[in-house]
Design a protein around this ligand. Structure first.
Ligand SMILES: Cc1cc2nc3c(=O)[nH]c(=O)nc-3n(C[C@H](O)[C@H](O)[C@H](O)COP(=O)(O)OP(=O)(O)OC[C@H]3O[C@@H](n4cnc5c(N)ncnc54)[C@H](O)[C@@H]3O)c2cc1C
Length: 389
């Protein structure tokens, strides 16, 4: 594996003070131990539900490492710091699992607020939201399964569409790009149809709206090719974030329980191949499809760099963005930005208790992907040594 581009730890951790580096070392060492994460997440859930005073502890450890703050203003210190290294921020209101209409409206208002804010701040050219942030999971699922909605649900669905159009319309007016996250496969078809409609409406001249392809699903490249034909026929541009996918265990478990073939690739290698093939297809069609490459995988990031070079796509071409999550893979983000590529970090924010599902996913992801955590640890250790900590 050629990793030289990402081996510069001095640059990777230049924004971290010694004490922040020590915290990262401690955190990733803990996270690498799977039983500890399982016990830790259960204990944390219990403590928060029982209103035990653990917020302070969570805040000063995992929360501050992986999140920008409890609200937008809180995030500005991190936004400015990242931008000083030419890394942009995608503020991600990471409150998950809320199912009331008021929360959906609040999410829409937050994202619209961020669009308005992004319009004035170069450091934040992109916003993001989840389909289930603006509408009930069950509605998305029913539509995906082709089940008829009740008349009340039909009203709810109209409101969901209004929220999504509300965000994208303002985003187009302000020329801010909107990423729409991918979620579980049993609700995703309805989201895909909705996002294709948004693209057809707002992506006429350039991509404003981006959907997400989860390449751990073996059918995604085929879906992209179909959408590409539709985009040509209806004359709109495609915006696509590509990721591997965050719900693998849940997907496999449900498929097994319900007795249908899993939509997930047969192994990690097949996912990697699918991801890289999808990326290649997009680069080959860059005039029609813009790319947000959401990954912490070094090989895929290096392949993107190589393909861009071979195809004569400029490093700072605004149709190509590299994205990592805040608190992870700084060696990829900061070394790519140093080279002149467009890089953005997802910067999650929200009240500590509400952001817990997001944080738990990050902790679990880092245990199930042993290689990645080891790599983070190895780099942190190298930097500690360099600084003689
Ligand atoms: C900026 C950004 C935005 C994101 N947005 C989303 C989103 O909208 N929706 C979403 O679902 N996720 C999202 N993710 C998370 C992403 O899907 C991955 O979970 C995470 O990034 C790890 O994958 P990787 O490419 O970084 O690296 P790697 O560590 O190389 O890959 C790990 C991934 O490979 C896949 N995998 C692992 N083992 C197997 C196996 N045995 N068989 C098949 N596949 C396997 C899984 O998807 C696993 O997460 C986002 C990530 C980033 C960085």
């Amino acid at each position: 594996m050629q990793t030289s581009l990402f081996d510069n730890t001095e640059n990777a951790f230049k924004l971290k003070s010694d004490s922040e580096l020590e915290r990262a070392y401690f955190l990733f060492k803990m996270i690498s131990k799977e039983p500890l994460v399982r016990i830790g997440t259960a204990a944390t859930r219990f403590a928060l539900n029982a209103n035990l005073p653990v917020e302070g502890l969570i805040r000063s450890t995992v929360f501050d490492h992986f999140c920008g703050g409890v609200n937008e203003e809180d995030c500005m210190t991190s936004v400015d710091k990242l931008y000083s290294a030419n890394v942009c921020s995608v503020l991600d209101y990471s409150v998950e699992g809320k199912e009331e209409e008021a929360s959906f409206d609040e999410c829409m208002n937050k994202v619209i607020g961020l669009v308005e804010f992004a319009d004035e701040k170069d450091a934040m050219p992109i916003v993001v939201f989840k389909p289930t942030g603006v509408g009930r999971f069950a509605i998305w699922q029913k539509l995906t399964e082709g089940t008829a909605l009740t008349s009340e649900e039909q009203v709810e669905w109209e409101r969901i569409k209004e929220r999504m159009h509300g965000i994208c319309k303002i985003a187009k007016e302000r020329d801010v790009e909107v990423l729409i996250d991918g979620e579980e496969s049993w609700m995703q078809d309805a989201a895909d149809d909705m996002v294709a409609e948004l693209m057809a409406t707002y992506n006429k001249e350039k991509p404003i709206v981006y959907n997400t392809l989860q390449c751990y699903r073996h059918d995604r490249l085929e879906y992209l090719k179909k959408l590409h034909l539709e985009a040509r026929a209806r004359d709109f541009k495609i915006g696509m974030k590509i990721v591997r996918g965050a719900y693998m265990e849940k997907e496999n478990k449900r498929a097994k329980e319900k007795g249908y073939p899993t939509p997930i690739c047969k192994d990690k290698r097949a996912t990697d191949e699918n991801f890289n093939a999808t990326m290649r297809y997009i680069f080959e069609n860059i005039n029609d499809i813009s790319l947000f490459l959401g990954t912490h995988n070094e090989d895929s990031s290096l392949l993107a760099v190589k393909l861009m070079g071979e195809m004569g796509i400029a490093k700072d071409d605004n149709r190509v963005w590299f994205g990592q999550l805040y608190g992870m893979s700084d060696h990829i983000s900061f070394n790519l930005s140093l080279e002149g590529y467009n890089v953005a970090k997802y910067l999650p924010f929200g009240p500590v208790k509400d952001v817990m599902p997001y944080l738990i996913r990050r902790a679990e992801e880092n245990t199930s992907v042993a290689g990645q955590t080891n790599r983070e640890l190895e780099l942190i250790k190298a930097e500690r040594k360099r600084r003689r900590l």
